[in-house]
Design a binder for this molecule. Structure first.
Ligand code: 2P0
Length: 323
């Protein structure tokens, strides 16, 4: 009754910020993302008939909020399997956790994949999407690989792969500007934005247009068009964050310096654009061949601590049973 799964974090080009319902953790909008195959979470789940409750270790440490969300996902899977055993969950990231690098997305995609494997469940992919979403609204996007579209349906969300990694081999260069976890979780931050940002309603009502434009650009492999809409959508989300009360100001001086550097590079003909999530790291999306120059340029920006490079990656999968 144990299994190990691997999943990669994802970076949204057209983003998710806000919920239409807390019950079921339903996002207010769809989103479009790239799976970052160069960064990974590995999660081991072991159910034990003698264990009461779940014990969750994230990089060796316990965290009450994460544990509660893990149990919410595992409860669904236990119900599917008709068992009530507690589980030992051990999850490791090979990249900074809780710092705007989508560790919860890869973590919950790996969790539900490992737990379903440990319980011998053969669930429909849509059921796994719904269970992963309870842990993190962005986690369903890490169940699939390449470029992934998440859209709202009446009372649920669905995910589909728009392009496999080989279809459009984009590369992601991450400029890490801080290494500590962020002060406000995405979940708390979204709730505050919904209630206090004067721009939140406009963010939601203009989102479908951005999503259509982003999707059209990916399908047509139009990098310039994707760059324009992705940067716009990112800055619009950060405008909502910054106008939240109290403000969600995730950027450092190095974050802003990286944005300017990326805009200079694109003006000079380098195919690259930026996006930033709920943290200070900058993700530079590059056409094949441009990532080396972009990594060198961002590595030279004062305040950049580390550069990570990633190709597109595959969806969550079992690594094989632990014994
Ligand atoms: C995204 N983010 O689309 C956006 C951009 C952060 C900024 O999805 O409350 O950690 O657990 O559903 O999944 C972060 O959201 O939040 C996120 P919950 P989650 O990638």
């Amino acid at each position: 009754m144990r299994a190990i799964a691997v999943a990669h974090p994802n970076v949204a080009l057209i983003k998710y910020w806000g919920k239409r319902a807390r019950a079921g953790n339903l996002p207010a909008t769809g989103s479009l993302s790239l799976v970052m195959g160069g960064l990974a979470t590995e999660t081991r789940v072991q159910f034990d008939p003698g264990r009461r409750g779940d014990h969750v270790l994230l990089d060796g440490r316990e965290d009450a909020d994460t544990s509660a969300r893990v149990t919410a996902c595992l409860d669904q899977l236990r119900q599917e399997a008709g068992v009530s055993y507690g589980a030992l969950v051990e999850s490791h990231n090979d990249f900074p956790t809780g710092a705007g690098l989508a560790s919860s997305a890869s973590g919950f995609a790996a969790l539900v994949t490992a737990a379903a494997g440990a319980l011998g469940l053969r669930l429909a992919p849509q059921r796994l999407v719904e269970i992963a979403r309870l842990g993190s609204g962005s986690a369903p996007r890490s169940l699939l690989g390449g470029v992934v579209l998440l859209t709202n349906r009446q009372d649920t969300t669905v995910c589909e792969q728009v392009a496999a990694p080989a279809d459009w081999p984009l590369e992601i260069v991450v400029a890490v500007t801080t290494s500590g976890p962020k002060a406000t979780s995405s979940r708390e931050g979204m709730a505050q934005s919904e209630q206090t940002s004067p721009f939140y309603d406009d963010w939601v009502t203009t989102h479908a247009t951005d999503l259509d434009a982003g999707l059209g650009a990916v399908r047509a492999r139009e990098f310039e068009a994707l760059a324009e809409i992705a940067e716009h959508n990112c800055l619009k989300m950060h405008a909502v964050m910054m106008t939240t009360r109290p403000p969600l100001l995730y950027w450092t001086p190095a974050t802003l310096a990286c944005l300017h550097r990326i805009r200079e590079l694109r003006s000079a003909g380098v195919p690259v654009f930026f996006t930033i999530d709920a943290g200070p790291q900058v993700k530079a999306i590059c056409l094949p061949g441009a990532a080396g120059d972009v990594a060198a340029a961002l590595g030279a920006v004062p305040g950049v601590l580390r550069i990570l490079r990633s190709p597109l990656g595959e969806g969550a999968r079992l690594r094989g049973h632990a014994d």
